[in-house]
Design a binder for this molecule. Sequence first.
Ligand code: SF4
Length: 418
Amino acid sequence: MTLADTPPSQRYLGARAPAYEQTGNVAGATAEQWVDAAIAPRGKPSLMGGPIARVHVFWLAGMSCDGCSIAVLGATAPAVESLLTGAIPGVPLMLLHHTAVQVEAGEAFMEPMRRAADGTLGEPYVIVYEGSIANEDKLASGYWSAIGEELNAAGEMEQVPSAIWLRRLAPKAAAVIAIGTCATWGGIPAAMGNVTDSMSVADWLGPQYRSALGLPVVNVPGCSPVGDNFTETVAVTLLFLQGVGPAPELDELGRPAWLFGETVHRTCTRAGFYEEGTFAKKFGDKECLVEIGCWGPVVQCNIASRGAINHMGGCMNVGGACIGCTMPGFPDRFAPFYKAPPGTLISATGARLNGSFVRPLRLITQRKMNREKRWDHSAGSMPGGWGADPSTSTFDKVTGFFYDFLRHRGAHGTGKKG
Ligand code: SF4
């Protein structure tokens, strides 16, 4: 049975919210009340410009490990704190509703979501979905992942799946952002076997889905994603919502095009080793990792240039091979991990051939560039006692002559010699 054959679940139609509960914290205040009192009162103009003061962000979690939340908490450019306090000019304050970092609990936590679903929130909202979506439509009882509970027709309390909340909230949302590979493409829960019939947010909402502002699902993949990729995408989306920025530029798969347009390989710190045809034999070696399973040459991701947190870390930078975690084909099409991708046979052989010519030539040039000019004329006068050979061989002189000839071709004036 395919998803198209599965009718949307009727189980939760007509379910009723239970009675409102105390907030679950000693202050007795919700996050919304705290933001109202401390930072950005509801209905007041934006602190930093723009007609919208604040935007609710409902963070829903499906089949998730919470790794995306952790990654986002570590973001620095922009930092979550900047979004939560409305400190970025033009970007509305983000009023976050997140199960793991919320100050309220129980029905007090659920209440803004209920207002958003029935259209009485009175402020714009964005949905962020973390984790893949198990096919809750197939279940006659029970659930895979849920947020909050409601009274069903029989008067019993029943957990409401996050996927059902997504279906309720998505039509009126300004944008739906899928974070992490599970939410963007299905990820690990949708890997071979897939007993839960897990899928991505876009698969669950269907190809016709558009947000209230006309946006298809925005996909920020990665397992876990670069936190900055997410916060930057949110900031750009909120600027668009504010009316001061263009719609985010997304590629044909809904990824921010400026973040996922290049392959890992193009900005990898080990790309020079690849180009010279030198490859790691084992983890811990400094060279290119392609022969021990790096898929960087075909994987679209910016982790090598952006780093994992605060421009530091990131797979290849710390010795890890790229296993394609940002790609829709992950994980099945990249398995088994840590085995040379088939294309390596051609590309690494070509790089080896090229490198076998280029590396010796570069060594000759490097040797010349490691010499000051006067050392060529007065052997042994090199300062210090570090053991470098101060002599100039005939080979050095001949190659140096041709090198200089090529270097100066077409040049005029001073500085031609040496
Ligand atoms: Fe490319 Fe991977 Fe080698 Fe880096 S380690 S240069 S991404 S193949």
